[in-house]
Design a protein around this ligand. Structure first.
Ligand SMILES: CC(C)(COP(=O)(O)OP(=O)(O)OC[C@H]1O[C@@H](n2cnc3c(N)ncnc32)[C@H](O)[C@@H]1OP(=O)(O)O)[C@@H](O)C(=O)NCCC(=O)NCCS
Length: 164
């Protein structure tokens, strides 16, 4: 068993969440967009801007020395400023990323389960995400209960019911 823990995200995790947003955007190594470009793009920066707000829900995976190695979070975006996986104002959207050296060891699945639990505890009923169809992360999402509700040229919007 790989040695990591999962804790609730805090406002102090803002910079690390940017790191993980960069990983999520650059899931294809060929993309390699720099952090500055991602933060300058309003359609991407709104996944982390002003972290952490009152309706944000997040978890961070840490190694035994408490160094962060992955994060998953839900953010409520609105019809006026929708995310790629926007469904409705009361359906928060997922972002998830794991540091490359830690991938394939169960961290992503553990983060996803933990953030879904956290959403359930906050009374959220439905959550969404956007995933580019070629990304193997889509298999993780499907195996944890997400289903595709809308398809675009390269990406699918998926939702999961988390309500108790
Ligand atoms: C997607 C991501 C968060 C998964 O985290 P992880 O720690 O590697 O995932 P796990 O080890 O828990 O694996 C869970 C499942 O993910 C799937 N998976 C994710 N990436 C995969 C890859 N590159 N190759 C094969 N399977 C992959 C598998 O179905 C795997 O299930 P299995 O263990 O039963 O085979 C991580 O790979 C990552 O950060 N990728 C880049 C960022 C990204 O794509 N974010 C999502 C954008 S929508």
């Amino acid at each position: 068993m790989t040695d990591f823990d999962i804790r609730a995200a805090t406002p102090a995790d803002a910079d690390f969440l940017v790191d993980m947003l960069v990983e999520a955007v650059n899931w294809q190594p060929e993309r390699d967009w720099p952090r500055e470009r991602i933060l300058a793009d309003p359609a991407l920066a709104h996944y982390v801007a002003g972290w952490m707000g009152p309706t944000d829900i997040g978890v961070v995976a840490v190694d035994p020395a408490h160094r962060p190695l992955g994060a998953a979070w839900f953010r409520h975006l609105s019809a006026e400023d929708p995310g790629y996986g926007y469904v409705a104002d009361d359906v928060p959207e997922l972002t998830i990323g794991v540091r490359p050296a830690w991938r394939g060891r169960g961290v992503g699945r553990a983060l996803l389960r933990a953030v879904l639990d956290a959403a359930r505890q906050r009374g959220i009923r439905t959550v969404s995400l956007s995933v580019e169809r070629a990304n193997a992360a889509a298999r993780l999402y499907a195996s944890e209960g997400f289903r595709t509700v809308e398809s675009f040229e390269n990406a699918d919007t998926m939702i999961a019911e988390v309500g108790a």
